[in-house]
Structure formats: structure tokens, C-alpha cells
Ligand binder design. Structure first.
Ligand code: ZN
Length: 262
């Protein structure tokens, strides 16, 4: 039995209005077999999924394969840009592809290469969303994304907000494969994290990393999606829709209006 999901059920039962839930899976382009296993599991649930795709790994063959999944599945499968090549550029500290140590030109070049490859390979299926590898990027990336037509940034909730005009920030709250002091969370700890994330906020995000999910992981993730997909206090939404439900950062409307009239 999945007793670790009891706190999740209780948190949802206690809500007075539904939570809009989006689900992200990162690193499409790596570990195709595991992605196929995750998509097969996901296809049995009534939950939308947003795939974060690594553009430099997006061969034409992979793009066709992903497009096939999109066509075949009844629930919505979205694609968006996950960095450019998922490589670290920081000489010290935490890994980051679009970090503060890089000149603006390099950031802009890799962002636009990634965007161009996504659109070339997946066409209109690409959402105007960006998720940075390792869920972190420099604040300077915000305006560069807006320049390229990207309107939504999704990182981890602990990353805070950049607050760039024209950019909505829609963070994830639960990292299924997240670690504490170097160790994966137990199922019971994960259940508590999920319950906390789903208890009060209007919009919540759940993050998977298929490349590190084995069969027991998929089994338990399926049990969670089953609860989420069936509960009347969960409304499954895409990342784009989730972002549209969040209040705009203070001042962004005024700034955007001033820029539009300049
Ligand atoms: Zn990643």
C-alpha cells in the first residue's frame, strides 16, 4: 500500500479550491530508454507533462520520436528549451550553464542557438518556456529570454525571482529525485514534501528527471500521478497555463507598458 501518499491525499482533501498542477520532466535528449519508460507510465494518467528538451541533443530522429508521443497521447505533452548543451561553464562553485561568470554575448548566443534548434526540429510544438540546466541561471538571462520571445522561466522555488519585464516565473516545488545532505529523500519524506507543496498554493510544480528514475521509482511516481490525476482538488495544467495563473511580478506591467510606448 502507498501509505506515504496519505499526507498528499489529506492535504488535497482539506483544500477549498483546486490547485493548478504542472509536471515537468527534465533532460529529454538523454537516456531515451528511460524517457520512453517514463512516458509509457505517464500515458496511463490524466496529467499534462512538459518535457524540458536539451537542444544540442535534439537530433531529427529524436524530434520525430517526441512528436510521435505528442500525437499519440491523450493528455497534453509540451516541449520547451532546457539550456543549450547542458554543460557547466562556471570555474568554481555550483554547476551552471548560464551563470554570472559568462559574458552577455556568450549567454545570448547559446540561448538563441538553443531556441533556433528547438523551433527547427519541433516547430510550433515548442512552448515559449525556458528551464535552465540545474535550475539556476544569472539574472541577466531574464531580459535575454524576453528578447527571444520566451515569456516563461521555470526554476526551483528556492531560486527566487529575476523579475524581468515580460517574463513570468513559474517554479517547481517538488523535485522527485531531490536530495538532502547527499541522499535521496525517503518515500515518506517525499510524501510530506508533496503534501506541503499541494496544501495551500494556487499553482504547484512537480519535477521528474527520467534519467535517474529506475523501475521502483516509476512505480511510485505512477502511484503519485494516480492520486493527483483523480483528485477533484487538482487541476492538471501545462507550464504555460500555470504561469498565466500566477500574479505578474510587481512593476512588470508598468515597465512593459513603458517599453512598448518608447
Ligand atoms: Zn537538466
Amino acid at each position: 500500500m502507498s501509505a506515504w501518499l496519505d499526507p498528499v491525499r489529506r492535504a488535497l482533501d482539506a483544500r477549498s479550491a483546486p490547485v493548478a498542477l504542472f509536471v515537468r520532466d527534465d533532460d529529454a535528449g538523454w537516456a531515451d530508454e528511460r524517457l520512453a519508460a517514463l512516458l509509457t507510465m505517464w500515458a496511463g494518467h490524466r496529467v499534462a507533462l512538459d518535457l524540458a528538451v536539451i537542444p544540442s541533443e535534439l537530433t531529427d530522429q529524436r524530434a520525430q520520436w517526441l512528436t510521435g508521443w505528442r500525437r499519440a497521447c491523450p493528455a497534453r505533452l509540451g516541449f520547451h528549451q532546457h539550456g543549450w548543451a547542458h554543460v557547466n561553464h562556471e570555474p568554481t562553485g555550483r554547476r551552471c550553464e548560464f551563470g554570472a561568470s559568462r559574458p552577455l554575448d556568450g549567454l545570448r548566443r547559446d540561448l538563441s542557438h538553443g531556441r533556433a534548434r528547438m523551433v527547427e526540429a519541433l516547430g510550433a510544438a515548442v512552448d515559449p518556456v525556458f528551464t535552465p540546466p540545474w535550475n539556476r541561471c544569472a539574472d541577466a538571462v531574464g531580459p535575454l529570454l524576453v528578447e527571444m520571445g520566451v515569456t516563461v522561466l521555470s526554476r526551483d522555488v528556492t531560486a527566487g525571482a529575476i523579475g524581468a519585464a515580460g517574463l513570468r516565473e513559474c517554479p517547481v516545488h517538488v523535485d522527485w529525485s531531490g536530495k538532502k545532505r547527499g541522499l535521496r529523500l525517503t518515500r515518506h519524506a517525499l510524501g510530506a514534501v508533496c503534501a506541503d507543496a499541494l496544501a495551500h498554493r494556487p499553482v504547484a510544480g512537480l519535477l521528474f528527471h527520467h534519467a535517474v528514475m529506475d523501475a521502483p521509482d516509476l512505480h511510485d511516481a505512477s502511484a503519485l500521478l494516480d492520486v493527483l490525476g483523480r483528485h477533484h482538488m487538482v487541476r492538471s495544467v501545462s507550464l504555460v497555463e500555470a504561469a498565466s495563473l500566477l500574479p505578474r511580478p510587481r512593476g512588470s506591467d508598468a515597465i512593459a507598458a513603458a517599453e512598448a510606448s518608447a
